[in-house]
Design a binder for this molecule. Structure first.
Ligand code: NAP
Length: 277
């Protein structure tokens, strides 16, 4: 049984902390934030109230959280990182420290926590329901056993995939920010449903299920998206009429531009952090 600390129990920190607490291999999760009275995330945590949530302790004391735990997760914003890293530095000796912070490089984290085993990871907000996809990169001194532990922890809030660290800003722009783009897409499709006369609740159900169903189909069948698109596009039919309008509105270009802009924004934060540290 292990104890996990989450330093920075905001939107992503609280989501991962609550999901980790569900694991039988975790005896306690200590979540820190500056202001314990602040309202929690607007998202409803489906796990809240269940028995395993009694394993969670909330505190403002980062040193206490880090020293009492076997593994530390950092989920504060990059701007708050310097102070937090200084506070927990001495309590992280030989411990795995997983940073969920966008833009802060492994070498920076290793400099700040020289005795820790650093992992940089980028999940997304689907961690609230244990359905995140987390890309991670390992620091230089982790053993195979450490890596297994990292995979187990990340696995408690979704799926994970290892990537090379230079790709992390791109991951941030694609899947870290991705739920925001998908939410805009869903909003737009629900509005479209209203425009063609569907009740809002019916439109919402049709859109969300179409999205998850299509994603599951592509993932399970390994069919290329273009092949699926061809399969459902009959000559002079309804789908090609819709796709024609999407292409006219530069749908693909907009999405590519959005991901590129988010990636560049992540790189900018990284440069700012580097120049200040
Ligand atoms: N949100 C996402 O979907 C997502 C996904 C992947 C990665 N991330 C990364 O995760 C980090 C946090 O993002 P977020 O969206 O969760 O932000 P957030 O909601 O603002 O959460 C940040 C949390 O850090 C706490 N904090 C700040 N300084 C602290 C300190 N000195 N000691 C203890 N706690 C402290 C804040 O506490 P108070 O609120 O009490 O001040 C807040 O709860 C960012 O680096 C972001 O890049 C976010």
């Amino acid at each position: 049984m292990i104890v996990v600390a989450v330093i920075g129990g905001g939107k992503i920190g609280e989501a991962v902390g609550r999901s980790i607490a569900k694991s039988d291999k975790v005896s306690r999760v200590i979540i820190t934030r500056r202001n314990l009275t602040k309202s929690r995330t607007a998202l409803t945590h489906p796990l809240a109230g269940e028995d395993h949530q009694k394993k969670i302790e909330f505190t403002t004391d980062n040193k206490h959280a880090a020293s009492k735990s076997d593994l530390v997760i950092i989920a504060v914003k990059a701007g708050d990182a310097k102070q937090v890293l200084e506070e927990i530095s001495k309590s992280c000796r030989d411990k795995i420290v997983i940073s969920l912070m966008a833009a802060i490089a492994i070498k920076r984290l290793e400099n700040a926590l020289p005795e820790a085993k650093i992992v940089r990871a980028m999940p997304n907000i689907a961690a609230v329901i244990g359905e995140a996809i987390t890309a991670y990169s390992l620091g230089h001194n982790l053993t195979k056993q450490d890596e297994d532990e990292v995979k187990f922890v990340l696995g408690s809030f979704g799926d994970s995939i290892e990537v090379q660290e230079p790709l992390m800003d791109a991951v941030t722009g694609l899947s870290g920010s991705g739920p925001g783009y998908i939410a805009v897409l869903i909003e737009a499709m629900v509005s479209a449903g209203l425009k063609v006369g569907l009740p809002r609740d019916v439109a919402f159900k049709l859109v969300t299920k179409t999205l998850t169903g299509t994603a599951d189909l592509l993932e399970n069948s390994k069919v290329h998206p273009a092949e699926l698109r061809d399969t459902v596009t009959t000559p002079a039919g309804t789908t090609i009429a819709g796709i024609y309008e999407l292409e006219k509105g530069s749908f693909r270009t907009s999405i590519m531009n959005a991901v590129e802009a988010a990636t560049l924004a992540a790189e900018k934060v990284a440069k700012k952090f580097d120049s200040e540290s």
